[in-house]
Write a new protein. Structure first.
Length: 301
């Protein structure tokens, strides 16, 4: 079953096509990540899905409803965590979550929710005393208070330290385990790699790639990366022919479409000379490498 269906979505501002013919589906219970550079149209797309912005053309169905006219029934079934949410700083965490809870027919327990997002020790602290990361946790609590079927997360871990980010990831994983559908936008590639079941890359209002992180890496990557430290007494010119090789001080990096053959050539050369190659590694391009290649190609780079 699909929680979201988008067909030929378009949004124009005069002659500018902010969204230019997007089509995709989000399955129930998955975390679907939308990636793209600033100005790519991802925020406009998500706002249309949330019912906060009208579309110029195309078809959109979210939880079986058109968000353009979904009304209260639609809004009660979704949760939204904005990148920046304006709330009254004078409320305490508990007061604010309680206030928002009263707006929904389906309601999560206040204390349970506060503990879920890691704010138990700040439950009675005023919002104005919270750190940036703690405010983001509060935003997440407010997005979850109505026990939504579908949750929109816009840059949910901005301002988090590494430990807080990991805890936020655990929370999202728990929500997925409960069957919640999540639409995530993020600029952190490791976050997308960890959380996304599938992701869509958008550039200039168009979909340039979609799939699981591993599928995108396999589809878009025809090269592997071999790296090692140059042995003492050996210069770059002494190395065998390995292809596209870069020597930066003692660090040697080779990009190759035939990693097995290239690695065999390198290790045979080293073995014949009794050389041990320190820090020898074989890596596939990261999701970030793939993403940068995709958006560069979409921009004509």
């Amino acid at each position: 079953m699909s929680a979201i269906v988008v067909k030929d979505l378009r949004k124009h501002y005069g002659d500018l096509a902010a969204v230019d013919g997007l089509s995709f589906e989000v399955r129930e219970g998955e975390c679907f990540c939308v990636l793209g550079p600033n100005g790519a149209g991802k925020t406009t797309t998500v706002e249309i899905l949330e019912g906060h912005r009208d579309r110029t053309g195309g078809e959109v169905e979210v939880l079986g409803l058109d968000p353009r006219g979904g009304g209260r029934d639609f809004r009660e079934r979704i949760g939204i965590v904005l990148q920046e949410a304006g709330v009254d700083d004078e409320f305490t965490v508990r007061e604010l979550v309680t206030l928002y809870r009263g707006m929904y027919p389906r309601r999560r327990d206040v204390q349970e929710l506060i503990e879920l997002v890691g704010l138990a020790e700040k439950a009675d602290a005023r919002v104005k005393t919270l750190s940036g990361g703690q405010r983001r946790r509060l935003d997440l609590a407010l997005g979850l208070v109505g026990d939504p079927e579908l949750l929109f997360l816009d840059e949910p871990t901005t301002g988090f330290d590494p430990s807080a980010r990991r805890k936020a990831w655990e929370l999202v994983d728990n929500l997925k385990a409960l069957g919640k559908t999540i639409v995530l936008t993020t600029h952190y590639m490791d976050e997308a790699q960890h959380l996304a079941d599938r992701l869509a890359v958008i550039a200039r209002g168009r979909l340039v790639a979609m799939g699981t992180p591993d599928e995108l890496s396999d589809q878009q990557s025809d090269e592997a990366l071999i790296s090692f430290r140059l042995p003492a007494g050996v210069a770059g010119v002494d190395l065998p022919a390995l292809g596209a090789t870069q020597v930066d001080g003692p660090q040697v990096t080779t990009r190759t479409a035939t990693p097995t053959a290239t690695l065999t050539t390198l290790t045979r050369w080293a073995t014949d000379r009794g050389i041990e190659l320190e820090s020898l590694r074989l890596d596939r391009p990261t999701l970030e490498d793939v993403y940068l290649r995709l958006i560069s190609g979409a921009d004509g780079g």
